[in-house]
Write a protein that binds this ligand. Structure first.
Ligand code: BGC
Length: 433
């Protein structure tokens, strides 16, 4: 029965061009790398390739406390990171809030005022603030940045086009708080790269990549200055600067028919196509649509009542795949044994596609930079994000593709670094430099 169910699911996915087997790994790596190159030269690319003005030098922070503000797709976290005289980091203050703009649209004033309020209790700990802002932001040499647009369905009107640190300082002032702080804005991919570097200062790596798979997705890496053609006015033409790819915006993967109808239902149709195929804000919702289509196409038995499932989250699908017999929205709607097997294969296949696409993303960065070709000097890939950390199934599939394609076929070597608080520590390091 299992084979019959598996074949039925495969046929269904094929009909809608949603089968991971149809993704040509090497061809997609080459296209991704070519798009990176275009993005480094100009804005004619779906990869923004944003220069961060943060140089990739070994940075150790010693004997200081830094405030780390982390505005992500779901949460806003305020921490104080203490670096001891040896450079070891520990977190002495931590508060977590809902990210403003995730519970319905808010105004620009409310957006910054809310963040200022959350920051207030930590302000006395340090005059330096690292601000990890996990949205596409055009950086300027003063290490402030202008929001290009919100992603991950965050809604705060009038914030796009605004200089983020400047506006936050104004909001602090408006509340009568101390705004005389040195603030450095950076992306979470960049922060994760810096945090990962700090973990193994003594290991030999040929390069560093920061990778995020949480509510959204992104990648950061260090690029040779001479390759960043779009900032010819920058005084330094040597060394390496960290680049924020905004890889969630990658648009050259040919998605399936159901990806297209899913995209049309999101807040920003036609944008963040890569992110919508792989990240936590979307995996559950995409699968909801896929499952609804499968029910309409009679892949399952006739008794399935989809009106019982008004929503589906990435957490729900991960729970099902880890333990299909546990009580869950999916196992309560799908009661027939064959249906549940098909459902398993359907979810498994979409997760497998996400893993293959992430492997393409990582391989393309390594191929583009020509790093990781020597096993004695692999690439350090530090990873953050709940979608990655919470899904063992996804990680196992990713490791499979890394071995199959990166190591065996392309001869690329890497070290995946998972650790607590990579983004927070990287943010504090940036705040100190
Ligand atoms: C944003 C990126 C961010 C990523 C991961 C994406 O939606 O555009 O700036 O790094 O999510 O949080």
């Amino acid at each position: 029965m299992t084979d019959k169910n598996r074949t039925a699911v495969k046929d269904f996915l094929r009909t809608y061009r949603m089968d991971y087997k149809d993704i040509d790994f090497i061809q997609n790596c080459n296209e991704f790398a070519a798009e990176m190159k275009r993005g480094l030269a100009s804005s004619e690319s779906s990869l923004s390739m944003i220069p961060t003005y943060i140089m990739d030098t070994q940075t150790t922070v010693k004997g200081e406390s830094i405030i780390a503000l982390d505005a992500g797709g779901t949460n806003l976290r305020v921490s104080v990171v203490d670096f001891d005289s040896e450079g070891h980091a520990s977190i002495s203050y931590f508060q977590k809030y809902q990210m403003p703009g995730t519970q319905g649209e808010i105004s620009k004033t409310d957006f910054f005022d809310t963040i200022a309020g959350y920051l207030a209790p930590a302000l006395s700990y340090s005059d330096k603030i690292g601000f990890c802002f996990s949205y596409p932001t055009e950086m300027s040499p003063d290490k402030d940045g202008t929001l290009i647009k919100f992603t991950k369905e965050v809604k705060a009107s009038g914030v796009a086009g605004v200089k983020i640190c400047e506006a936050l300082k104004q909001a602090l002032k408006a509340r009568g708080l101390d705004a005389d702080k040195k603030m450095v804005l950076l992306n979470d991919g960049v922060a994760t790269l810096l945090g990962g570097k700090a973990i193994h200062p003594d290991k030999v790596y040929s390069g560093n990549i920061g990778f995020i798979l949480g509510t959204g997705t992104n990648t950061a890496y260090a690029e040779n200055m001479e390759a960043i053609l779009k900032i010819p006015q920058h005084p330094s033409r040597t060394g390496q600067m960290i680049i924020n790819l905004e890889s969630g915006g990658y648009g050259n993967i040919r998605g399936g028919i159901l990806d297209e109808s899913f995209d049309s239902q999101t807040a920003d149709p036609g944008k963040q196509k890569f992110e919508k195929m792989i990240s936590g804000a979307y995996q559950g919702k995409l699968l909801h649509l896929v499952i609804k289509q499968a029910v309409a196409d009679h892949l399952f038995s006739d008794g399935v009542d989809m009106t019982l499932m008004t929503d589906l989250t990435t957490k729900d699908v991960n729970q099902y795949i880890l333990n299909p017999n546990a009580k869950n929205i999916l196992s309560s709607v799908f009661t027939d044994e064959d249906d549940r097997i098909k459902l398993y294969f359907l979810i498994d296949s979409i997760i497998q596609r996400a893993a293959k696409l992430v492997a393409v993303n990582l391989a393309a960065v390594m191929l583009h930079r020509g790093i990781g070709t020597n096993p004695l000097a692999p690439v350090c890939i530090s990873v953050e994000g709940t979608t990655f950390y919470a899904s063992k199934v996804f990680r196992l599939k990713l490791y499979y593709y890394i071995k199959k394609y990166l190591t065996d076929e392309l001869g690329l070597f890497l070290d995946i670094v998972m650790a607590d608080n990579l983004t927070v520590i990287g943010t504090a390091i940036a705040g100190a430099i």
